[in-house]
Design a protein around this ligand. Structure first.
Ligand SMILES: Nc1ncnc2c1ncn2[C@@H]1O[C@H](COP(=O)(O)OP(=O)(O)OP(=O)(O)O)[C@@H](O)[C@H]1O
Ligand SMILES: Nc1ncnc2c1ncn2[C@@H]1O[C@H](COP(=O)(O)OP(=O)(O)OP(=O)(O)O)[C@@H](O)[C@H]1O
Ligand SMILES: [Mg+2]
Ligand SMILES: [Mg+2]
Lengths: 266, 266
């Protein structure tokens, strides 16, 4: 059974793309077949994985418009890891698909036609709650929320959870929030401590209720701020190919262990 | 004559809101009447200035739909500074306004009706190149581009400049790029040096051409990474009210001087 995970936060620059690239690579290195999907017109995940947006091959845009099956769009990166690239035209998809019946469920339908035998699918999303992100929410089993422990990033969480709740009620009843991933974490700052305390209190208060985040936790593996994580995309590499002994590699390795434990509870 | 400045970068989390809040406050403190406009449905500028999104008063959404004039929506924050708040409903504006004739020029029309005698108008934008950002581009005399000196942030610049060029050709012939503002600047990193060198080379190569960024420079006042800038929005304060002796306050003061020199060349 494929587990589809969407990495979403409409707040910009919180570490979504960096998490899909590196968490994805770490999970694949652990022997699990995994497909990354770039649903962002900025095509940053595509660049991060060393692919060229719009190069001679179908991408997620062609998959959404029905011009290519997902299996043809997935590019094999290594033994266990594949990626479906994005392209700038994807920005047009938001407007083009607006009047399609069931427009939020196009990605879900394409994924159900996929025969490549992936164990996990991980979707990177743009910084908005528009149609592309809604497609990821409709297709996902779980949402993981990367969060920078800053005030402004925390403010947007309410809006995101409201949208998740609506999608769960109307389109995807199985949708749950898997957890929150702390990114660019600066443990020594007072602000990070305050934001994390606020967030823990909020999640505790939801325990036992029927909201999609009732069982959600903050993953204990936080991703520390580490310049190597900002350097590696310029070489089209993940942190493991660029600097496997950096804090960034250690943190994403630890997160991958927690991710796998989350999906295969003893 | 009012100078309208749009602060734009579709890459998320690069310091747009932080720049509008603090640069705006510093320019107003210099004795210039200024109005900030929050065009982002996240309403982060509204929160940063200590206002409540959606509180009992018209905001930018009502201005765009024609239900309130801009003068009624502007909230006076101090002697020289006012702000037009945003509200979550603004996200709906993107879809609601799609079929309005001249949909990109609504903000420009509202600004031309404004009688409050502002010297500068500064617009904060969401991390996208959708209709809300296009409205800011159509209304602006100059675009200032906040940029984090990271690889992924630099990648998006081409797309942004292409959009600016299209708006200049079709909707707003006077539109120019005023300059690039380095945010969260970590001077000691090799990555920052590489990105800045790349960017300078790119801007130099455009000199003398007819593109909107032919005269654009990187402002010499860079905004260093400084946790106080991430703390002050949680108190609804600018950096000057929160910690006037911090690096953040010094850097935005220096940027304000450069901003004012840009608009009043000797
Ligand atoms: N832990 C980290 N330490 C240092 N830099 C990081 C870290 N994680 C990400 N970055 C850098 O910070 C910037 C923002 O990260 P990223 O682009 O992954 O965020 P995003 O949420 O995908 O942004 P967007 O909203 O634009 O899609 C990038 O330049 C990235 O290289
Ligand atoms: N110079 C700085 N040093 C440290 N933190 C900063 C600095 N500038 C901004 N920040 C923090 O970094 C985060 C991103 O900044 P900000 O929200 O202003 O970016 P933005 O481009 O407006 O994001 P969005 O794309 O979501 O609108 C915020 O939490 C902010 O408080
Ligand atoms: Mg991204
Ligand atoms: Mg912002």
């Amino acid at each position: 059974v494929v587990q589809t995970v969407a990495i979403i936060n409409q707040k910009g620059g919180v570490g979504k793309t960096t998490t899909v690239a590196n968490l994805g690579a770490a999970v694949a290195a652990g022997g699990h077949r995994l497909c990354l999907i770039d649903m962002d017109p900025q095509a940053h995940l595509t660049l991060h994985m060393g692919l060229e947006p719009g190069a001679n091959q179908p991408g997620i845009y062609q998959v959404l418009t029905g011009d290519a099956p997902l299996d043809d769009a997935a590019v094999k990166l290594n033994e266990n890891l594949s990626a479906v690239p994005s392209v700038i035209d994807l920005a047009a998809a938001e407007t083009e698909l607006v009047s399609v019946v069931g427009r939020e469920q196009i990605l879900r339908d394409r994924l159900s036609d996929c025969n490549s035998g992936f164990e996990y699918v991980m979707v990177d999303c743009p910084p908005s709650l528009g149609l592309l992100t809604l497609n990821a929410l409709a297709a996902a089993d779980y949402v993981f929320i990367p969060l920078q422990a800053h005030f402004l990033a925390l403010q947007g969480l309410g809006m995101l959870l409201e949208t998740i709740s609506l999608v769960q009620q109307r389109i995807n009843p199985a949708l749950k929030v898997g957890g929150v991933i702390l990114c660019m974490y600066e443990k020594q700052t007072r602000l990070a401590g305050e934001v994390v305390a606020d967030l823990e209190e909020f999640l505790q208060a939801a325990r036992g209720s029927d909201v999609p985040w009732a069982d959600a936790n903050i993953f204990s593996a936080a991703i520390r701020r580490n310049i190597k994580l900002a350097e590696c995309p310029s070489y089209g590499k993940t942190i493991f190919d660029y600097d496997p002994y950096s804090h960034g590699a250690m943190d994403y390795d630890a997160l991958a262990e927690e991710f796998l434990a989350f999906f295969s509870p003893q």
